[in-house]
Design a binder for this molecule. Structure first.
Ligand SMILES: Nc1ccn([C@@H]2O[C@H](COP(=O)(O)O)[C@@H](O)[C@H]2O)c(=O)n1
Length: 306
């Protein structure tokens, strides 16, 4: 890296092609906020992966609370956690993982339905959980809301829980749209099913084509910042019609050495074990506040923020 950007040489920020990142940022700056949309995964992308050496719960994990499920269900759900190493296994293809992911999600959802979870208990479970958005989340959410840039949160987690997490963090603004697995409650407020087609880590393309593509608020915004923690997240922008500039940011949280190469080859910017939203925030500052900057200055701004 050139001398004027020493921070970008930090080993936690990896870029396959720095010049492409610069060019994309510059093109997005020229087009302005009105052309931009942000598409982000939720669990382990907008939320932290770990805190003080302990894993931060996913939206599914938050449901593991005695207010909602019994001990036997906890035991059965935990037995199914053997699917997580498969989800992140660098030696298996997405095609190979796909049926196993369907199996994981389906079994867990069936177990949850058996528990007759009550809708009015969800907020309590989120309050009692150690759910945590990444450091810098306030700047991220506020900045997008203030500039009326749509934020599509595309999650294979549980939508009702996800909504409660962002609500309890006071960042559920009107620019947010969510595609996720939503619970279906009966008229007494008891979980009876999950709505619509199951979303797991490796079928987000289908959801993008069937749901995101139809969202009126996202029309006419051909520039996309996409954020995810899985290679499956790269398909979240497949529903954008005639995309012009797409900048992808990948959070590499786990199995770093095994997955580094594939992440660098797939995402434009890879953030290794970075629990913050500092880099996306820098980008947003550059795209939304400093519209006349040159790409080099933008990169300097990102460097300063880091
Ligand atoms: N029973 C399950 C199923 C999935 N997970 C994890 O949740 C993540 C999905 O949510 P995204 O917001 O990241 O799309 C996924 O990566 C799984 O690891 C889980 O914890 N329990």
């Amino acid at each position: 890296f050139p001398m004027q950007m020493p921070e970008l040489a930090k080993c936690s920020v990896l870029m396959r092609e720095r010049s492409r990142v610069e060019e994309t940022i510059h093109a997005m700056q020229r087009a302005g906020a009105g052309s931009l949309q942000v598409i982000s995964d939720f669990d382990m992308t907008l939320t932290r992966f770990a805190h003080n050496g302990k894993r931060v719960p996913t939206t599914h994990n938050i449901l593991d609370n005695r207010l909602l499920i019994n001990e036997d269900c906890t035991r059965k759900v935990n037995l199914l956690n053997t699917y997580y190493p498969i989800e992140i296994d660098a030696s298996r293809s997405a095609e190979e993982k796909l049926p196993l992911m369907v199996e994981w999600w389906t079994k867990v959802h069936e177990l949850l339905i058996e528990q007759k979870i009550r809708r009015d208990m969800l907020a309590h479970a989120v309050k009692e959980s150690s759910a945590m958005l990444r450091d810098g989340y306030k700047v991220f959410f506020e900045c997008l809301a203030e500039h009326q840039v749509p934020l599509l949160i595309f999650s294979a987690g549980v939508g009702d829980v996800l909504e409660e997490v962002i609500r309890q963090n006071h960042v559920f603004h009107p620019n947010i749209h969510i595609i996720s697995n939503y619970m279906d409650f009966d008229q007494t407020g008891v979980l009876q099913a999950f709505k619509g087609q199951l979303i797991h880590t490796f079928n987000k393309r289908e959801g993008a084509l069937s749901h995101a593509a139809g969202l009126r608020e996202l029309q006419g915004r051909p520039n996309v910042v996409l954020m995810g923690d899985s290679l499956g997240d790269l398909t979240m922008a497949d529903g954008v019609s005639e995309p012009q500039n797409v900048l992808t940011i990948g959070f590499l949280n786990d199995q770093v050495e095994e997955r580094k190469e594939s992440y660098i080859n797939s995402f434009d910017v890879v953030l290794v074990k970075d629990e913050t939203l500092d880099v996306p925030n820098c980008l947003l500052v550059a795209l939304l506040l400093k519209t006349n900057q040159q790409p080099l200055e933008t990169m300097q701004c990102i460097s300063n923020f880091l």
